[in-house]
Ligand binder design. Structure first.
Ligand code: NAD
Ligand code: IPM
Ligand code: MN
Length: 358
């Protein structure tokens, strides 16, 4: 019997709506495979919690989460609490506090009807973005001098440590080698004359350990163009924290939107729990209406099962999403359907059971 202890942080806006559907899928997995058992503990942290308690999570929140095998998060951030407080004190604190320095964001087209790119199909858009997730432009270092004075100066410092840069690049090379794919580094050495020149140097240096991996190196502006114009160039991509954030929203845009984009925040050494979440935010514009697309959150479950080493579930979940995408009447409005979040989740579970022959 295998037990996995999962911390749930549904968070804000549509976060709780999509996490419920993900939990439904985890419970279905438990039913289908009697060897697997999950226990869940829910944490009520987020913006509502902040408005009551003046903080996004409990003071010892990180300690409370330490013992879990994984964290499953919905979304954080809502009007009423400044984003730079809500996100920094919860989401970014967990990523950093648990050294989840690898952010794995697959950019995979699951159905040709989902891409706005004409004449691109599934074989053209299928790659993995590996985003540095612990430092870089998100270091939080900086200063705000002479506030509200004419000489006001604001500094936002990018931090690229040798350890942090080498480990993410080495992880990406290893992943490219393991899966026999090319590796593309995305940087901006022509303008960011310290951080990105350093990044490019490290990419070359580490590459000497992986002579079998074919590499490319693009500037981030050109890479953004190629994501749209020529996505078949990419197989594995490694990039900095901010560039990865922006590029993966473009990736979502070419594969069906934020309702389908997933990301795993991984501490590869398993010294701390890793965290699984959809790429999207709390979507205040549709929150509470019961129409958010839960597929991204369900795809996160597949990344979680993969991370647990439970072979087969990632393929089962992806195949089931593919089948579901052909049933247009079962989809949420962002995909042109009329189904609710809950209806889509229920149909997904039915299809998963059919796929597994149960
Ligand atoms: P968002 O991702 O919440 O929404 C962008 C657009 O995509 C909206 O039109 C929304 O309706 C749509 N959308 C997003 N997810 C969807 C889904 N599952 N189904 C259907 N439509 C979906 O981004 P935003 O509006 O820029 O940010 C809203 C809040 O979320 C802000 O506070 C922001 O800081 C926060 N945010 C949090 C995370 C996170 O927790 N990981 C990620 C991004 C943004
Ligand atoms: C994401 C989000 C976060 C990020 C925000 C909410 C801090 O946009 O996970 O893509 O920039 O990493
Ligand atoms: Mn983002």
């Amino acid at each position: 019997m295998k037990y996995f202890n999962v911390a749930l942080i549904p968070g804000d806006g549509i976060g709780p709506e999509v996490v419920s559907e993900g939990v439904k899928v985890l419970k279905a997995i438990e039913k289908i495979d009697p060897e697997i058992s999950f226990s869940f503990q829910e944490f009520p942290w987020g913006c509502e919690y902040y408005l009551k308690h003046g903080k996004m999570m409990e003071d010892d929140g990180i300690d409370q989460l330490k013992g879990f095998d994984a964290i499953y998060l919905g979304a954080v951030g809502y009007p009423g609490v400044p984003d730079h407080i809500s996100l920094r004190e919860l989401l970014l604190q967990i990523r950093k506090g648990f050294d989840q320095y690898v952010n794995l964001r697959p950019i995979t087209l699951l159905n040709p009807s989902l891409t706005p790119l004409k004449s691109k199909t599934e074989k053209d858009i299928d790659f993995l973005v590996i985003r540095e997730n612990s430092e870089g432009e998100y270091s939080g270092a900086g200063d705000w001098l002479y506030k509200d004075k004419p000489e006001e100066v604001v500094l936002q410092t990018g931090v690229f440590s040798r350890k942090g840069t080498e480990r993410i690049i080495r992880y990406a090379y290893a992943e490219a080698r393991r899966t026999n794919r090319t590796l593309t580094s995305v940087s901006k050495g022509n303008a960011l004359n310290y951080s990105m020149v350093f990044w490019d140097e490290v990419f070359e240096e580490v590459g000497k350990e992986y002579p079998d991996v074919k590499t490319y190196s693009y500037l981030v502006d050109a890479a953004s163009l190629y994501f749209v114009q020529d996505p078949e160039r990419f197989e594995v991509v490694v990039t900095s924290n901010l560039f990865g954030d922006i590029l993966t929203d473009i990736g979502a845009g070419i594969t069906g939107g934020l309702g389908l984009a997933t990301g795993a925040n991984v501490n590869p050494e398993k010294e701390y729990p890793s965290m699984f979440e959809p790429v999207h935010g709390s979507a205040p514009d549709i929150a509470g209406k019961g129409i958010a697309n839960p597929i991204a959150a369900i795809w996160s479950v597949s990344q979680m099962m993969d991370f647990f080493g439970e072979d087969g579930w990632d393929e089962a979940i992806l195949s089931t999403i593919k089948t579901l995408l052909t049933e247009t009447n079962q989809l949420t409005p962002d995909l042109g359907g009329k189904a609710s979040t809950k209806e889509l989740g229920d149909r997904f579970v039915e299809l998963l059971q059919e796929y597994m022959g149960t």
